[in-house]
Design a protein around this ligand. Structure first.
Ligand code: 8YV
Length: 313
């Protein structure tokens, strides 16, 4: 029997891709000429494997009559039209629980990088400025700072637990109070920002949260405030954030995600008070193996005629 044909939107770990190749005929969208081959193969495609930040366009879903599953290598579903997929009988799956801790670690890493001036310090030594006895500016302690978490899901909670170990005091906003914790809840995101020194964006990207971190919220955070984003660029009004970082309306930012990544707004590149990273929060060997295993498990359940373990639509 011939192998099912699938589209792979972005690269995965070689060991995971080898297992995809063993079970399926894989059309790689990211290879030279791959888009044309995949376009031509659409009538036969039965699965799409994609990243959370990449997803798959609705026009593609509509042009694949035999599509049965979109397996996201990640937890974000904002780049896939879940309702459209459902209406066509297409399961959309994610990799829940695989990346929570690493993404929360990245939140801490960005907070430390910004407040303790890690990236700046690295440049300072390399440029010979330390040896030249130039003074290096003081950073800020995490201990005693107030961390406001926008969106207390799994990742938000993992970040809160870490922050407490560092001596930060945690408060949060979500659509409703999340039971099972003692952290202060704010019903209004502006009140959260006003009551925070660091605002960590952990909320899922949905139509409701789009542009939620806007000029007003940044003004509430204030001149000494720091924004950390480990969710999605679309949750932030980026022009407003750039303005706030330029004007000093907030102090600094640590950003792993951007609205139009990987081609980010060039204004970010020249902001000295901003640490920027290439959507790398889940990018560790261990987590990418776990994510890949979860994708393979979702696919094999689907092709065995069973319900995949992590259907989200
Ligand atoms: C990954 C993500 O970088 O889980 C998500 O939604 O955005 C990230 O973990 C991505 O899925 C891999 O492309």
């Amino acid at each position: 029997m011939s192998k099912p044909e699938i589209i792979l939107v972005e690269p995965m770990m070689p060991a995971i891709e080898a297992r995809l190749d063993a079970a399926y005929t894989v059309h790689r969208l990211f290879e030279p000429g791959g888009r044309d081959t995949a376009l031509a193969a659409r009538p036969k495609i039965r699965a799409v494997v994609t990243g959370g930040g990449s997803g798959i366009g609705s026009d593609w879903i509509e042009a694949m009559p035999d599509l049965g599953i979109v397996a996201i290598n990640g937890v974000g579903t904002d780049r896939v039209n879940l309702a459209l997929a459902r209406s066509r009988g297409v399961d959309v799956t994610t990799t829940p629980g695989t990346l929570t801790e690493d993404v929360a670690d990245m939140g801490m890493a960005l907070m430390l990088a910004v407040l303790r001036r890690i990236v700046e310090g690295d440049g300072f030594v390399r440029q010979g400025r330390w040896a030249a006895r130039e003074p290096f500016p003081l950073g800020g302690s995490l201990k005693g700072r107030r961390l406001g978490i926008l969106g207390l899901g799994q990742i938000g909670r993992a970040l809160a637990r870490r922050a407490e170990v560092f001596g930060m005091s945690v408060r949060y906003w979500d659509r409703a109070p999340i039971p099972g914790n003692a952290w202060a809840f704010h019903e209004d995101p502006h009140a959260l920002a006003a009551d925070s020194d660091v605002l960590a964006v952990c909320v899922a990207a949905t139509p409701e949260t789009r542009g939620m971190v806007d000029a007003g919220l940044l003004a509430s955070l204030g001149r000494t405030g720091v924004v950390v984003n480990i969710s999605r660029g679309s949750v932030v009004d980026e022009p407003a954030l750039i303005d706030a970082l330029r004007s000093g309306a907030i102090a600094a930012a640590g950003l792993d995600v951007f609205a139009s990544e990987p081609e980010i707004d060039p204004a970010f590149l020249s902001l000295a008070n901003t640490v920027i990273t290439p959507h790398q929060a889940s990018a560790t060997v261990e987590t990418r193996i776990a994510m890949g295993e979860a994708v393979l498990a979702n696919l094999s359940a689907h092709f065995a005629g069973a319900r995949p373990p992590a259907v989200v639509n």
